[in-house]
Write a protein that binds this ligand. Structure first.
Ligand code: PMP
Length: 404
């Protein structure tokens, strides 16, 4: 697909906000949805809605088939060996909690250690804190440099025989840093530790292959990937998923229920208790197809160009009060910054007054903010539909804000 025509697929982009054309630079929070996704959701409720996996009627078999097609498409998208290794959840947060509960509560013992990095999203910190508290295990933190790169020497020192899991964000939502996860996985495996990758910000930007990466778990969020909110997935290696306890209990996850004893279903159903978010899972497939059709490398090149253009623009004298936060050498198109003498929240409001949507605050990474000695940033994050012209307009508005 031509990048020029991409914008026409996103109806929401064609509107004015506060009297100016919308410039949507808040893609790390959630991406906008192409018409293909919106129509898939609409079609599902107009023509196919039925509960899945149980009934014998046509609508039910159709919705089951579409639901399972998404699983297959997702497995292909991430290079998973089998669709059954992809479990639907409501997002990355639930996927991490699933591993903490279903794997962690079974396999983590007193004295064990779990490693996370300084730049984790709260969803990849708090579940492990709760687990460590319950199990008298220890949470250790991989430090990072001022530019937002993991201190790998420190990582090797922290990694040891007590380490049972490294839970690490692949791409930082606040800084844009792409972490050296391949190296982390290889080192962790040598120590017999598992690795969970938080893929929330990775999948929309570059090609991901879980088998090449050899990660044990990968967490996925549909809404960061041009799909609906309320849907995500957990990829896990088959033998790990099979060894894990159930996560939630109820319908669908059982094989046979007796008052004396219940047996559990096979993966992935063992982890999918209750009626799932069927319509949104089905529409998620349209998002995955859209990204695949557009082409990951085309998207990555385009987003790299956008980031370079922004950074080039910000070098100008009129932006001397702008301080970039997150300047790692390997980054996706996410840039945090501050302006001397101005509060990040006020900058966000001033940009919004000119139609520019950005995110301000701690980005659910308070420990990272604490490490940097700040309480928040302004963050711009680009997606495939953003343009050089939008960045020029953003710089124009930012220049006026800096001059105030
Ligand atoms: N991890 C990262 C790096 C994120 O950016 C986010 C969303 N901001 C999450 C986890 C949580 O993802 P979800 O909204 O799918 O629960």
């Amino acid at each position: 697909m031509e990048l020029q025509s991409i914008r026409s697929h996103f109806p929401i982009l064609h509107q004015e906000v506060n009297g100016a054309p919308l410039i949507y630079f808040d893609n790390a929070a959630t991406t906008q949805k192409p018409i293909e996704v919106i129509e898939a959701l609409d079609k599902y409720y107009r023509t196919d809605n039925a509960n899945i996996h149980r009934a014998a009627h046509s609508l039910a078999s159709r919705s089951t088939e579409y639901f399972e097609q998404t699983r297959k498409t997702l497995a292909d998208f991430i290079g998973a060996p089998e669709a059954e290794t992809c479990i639907f959840t409501k997002g990355v947060t639930e996927s991490i909690n699933l591993v903490a509960q279903a794997w962690g509560r079974k396999f983590i013992q007193a004295g064990d250690e779990i490693l996370v990095s300084t730049m984790e999203h709260h969803s990849n910190i708090v579940p492990w804190q709760l687990l460590c508290e319950e199990k008298s295990a220890t949470l250790k933190v991989i430090p990072m440099s001022d530019s937002g790169e993991l201190d790998m020497d420190a990582f090797y020192q922290l990694l040891g025989p007590k380490t049972k899991l490294v839970a690490c964000v692949w791409v930082s939502n606040a800084l844009g840093t792409i972490n050296p996860v391949k190296e982390i996985i290889e080192a962790a495996h040598k120590q017999g530790a598992l690795v969970l990758l938080d893929g929330a910000q990775a999948l929309s930007h570059f090609e991901v292959n879980v088998q090449e990466m050899d990660c044990d778990f990968l967490t996925i969020s549909s809404h960061k990937l041009y799909g609906p909110t309320g849907v995500g997935a957990l990829y896990g290696k088959r033998h790990l998923l099979e060894a894990m306890n159930p996560y939630q209990a109820g319908g669908e996850m059982i094989k046979e229920v007796r008052f004396e004893k219940t047996t559990f279903n096979e993966i992935p159903y063992k982890f999918e208790a209750g009626t799932p978010n069927i319509g949104d899972v089905i529409a998620f497939k349209a998002a995955l197809d859209f990204v695949t059709k557009t082409g990951k490398s085309l998207i990555a090149d385009h987003e790299d160009r956008l980031l370079s253009h922004l950074l080039e623009g910000l070098k100008k004298e009129e932006f001397h009060k702008v301080k970039l936060i997150g300047t790692a050498s390997k980054k996706v198109s996410v840039q945090s910054f501050l302006i001397e003498g101005k509060h990040h929240f006020d900058i966000g409001m001033m940009l919004d007054a000119r139609g520019v949507a950005v995110r301000t605050g701690h980005h659910c990474t308070q420990p990272l903010m604490h490490r940097l000695g700040i309480d928040g940033t302004v963050r711009v994050s680009f997606a495939m539909y953003n343009t050089i012209e939008e960045i020029d307009q953003f710089l124009h508005v930012l220049k006026r804000i800096c001059a105030r």
